[in-house]
Design a protein around this ligand. Structure first.
Ligand code: A2P
Length: 279
């Protein structure tokens, strides 16, 4: 992924530098497709606030935006990307098939592409197991639409390891990625290893909402590095090579969440954060 366009300074608090080259440098490979480890989540961001959040994020260097048909903001995300001056091919865009649209995969993806104003998305996910089931038939449709070039990579969200196995057993093809709720408080090595063993990239959503940012163990590590607890949580994802998509519509917090490339956590610090998953 090359870095193009003028990152600009809109929305960057004074003293904050653009982080764009480093966001693009920290990525994972989904087959041939490179995905930045840090992205902007957009759940509950609507209307003008959604446009401004995505635009601010692109200005401060984000190159990855996560949306979904269910969020009702694909149009806003598309507008912000188009107006940003960042070349389309430099922005990784994810959207998702609502579980209720199982059986309408092609129409749903075509509607997403039209709303986003793009020819293809970088990643398309089944948002939830439809009706709580793995549904290999739906997964087959995603693979077909990927082969047609409408999505560069395809995967799932909110699937269990057993449901991932069901998809592989039925189709011989594993999802590139599974997006699940994740944070130090939810850390479970069996889930990490289970995804690694299956060759499925782990992506976490709600990295900040699901952790107590006032936890003294988190505060101690933050103080040691002169950063905020939120930055420690996001850096922890990076150390584990788990994709994180913190959501914010606040310009200062959008920039704060991307300023995680100037420090590293020690293995001991990572382990003590892992332990938050045990209470
Ligand atoms: P806001 O949009 O006002 O910034 P998650 O991505 O884990 O679901 O978290 C989203 C929530 O966390 C939102 O309420 C968001 O509020 C808030 N948030 C985002 N970034 C930070 C941060 N750096 N520090 C504290 N809260 C944050």
């Amino acid at each position: 992924m090359s870095v193009g366009g003028d990152p600009g300074t809109g929305g960057i608090p004074s003293g904050q530098v653009s982080t764009d080259t480093r966001i693009a440098e920290h990525g994972v490979s989904l087959g041939e497709v490179r995905m930045p480890l840090l992205g902007l989540g957009t759940w509950q961001a609507r209307g003008r606030a959604a446009v401004e959040a995505v635009r601010t994020a692109l200005d401060v260097g984000y190159r990855h935006v996560d949306t979904a048909t269910m969020y009702g903001n694909e149009r806003e995300v598309g507008l912000a990307v188009a107006d940003s001056g960042v070349p389309r091919e430099d922005v990784f865009v994810t959207t998702k098939l609502p579980q209720g649209n199982a059986g309408r995969e092609r129409e749903t993806l075509e509607e997403s592409l039209a709303a986003l104003g793009v020819d293809r998305v970088d990643l398309w996910l089944i948002h939830w197991p439809p009706g709580g089931r793995a549904r290999p038939d739906v997964w087959e449709r995603l693979l077909e639409l990927q082969e047609e070039g409408l999505a560069r990579a395809v995967g799932v969200s909110n699937y269990s390891l057993a449901q991932l196995d069901e998809l592989v057993e039925a189709t011989g093809r594993a999802p590139a990625i599974n997006q699940i709720e994740w944070s130090p408080s939810l850390f479970d090595p069996r889930i990490v290893d289970g995804h690694r063993d299956r060759g499925v990239q782990l992506e976490g959503y709600s990295p900040l909402r699901t952790v107590n940012l006032r936890d003294p163990r988190l505060a101690r590590i933050a103080d040691a590095h002169g950063v905020t607890p939120a930055q420690v949580v996001l850096r922890w994802h990076l150390e584990h090579r788990i994709v994180a998509i913190p959501k914010s519509t606040n310009a200062a917090r959008i920039a704060e969440n991307a300023a995680i490339f100037d420090f590293e956590l020690t293995p001991d610090e990572v382990q003590s954060l892992d332990a938050l998953g045990r209470g």
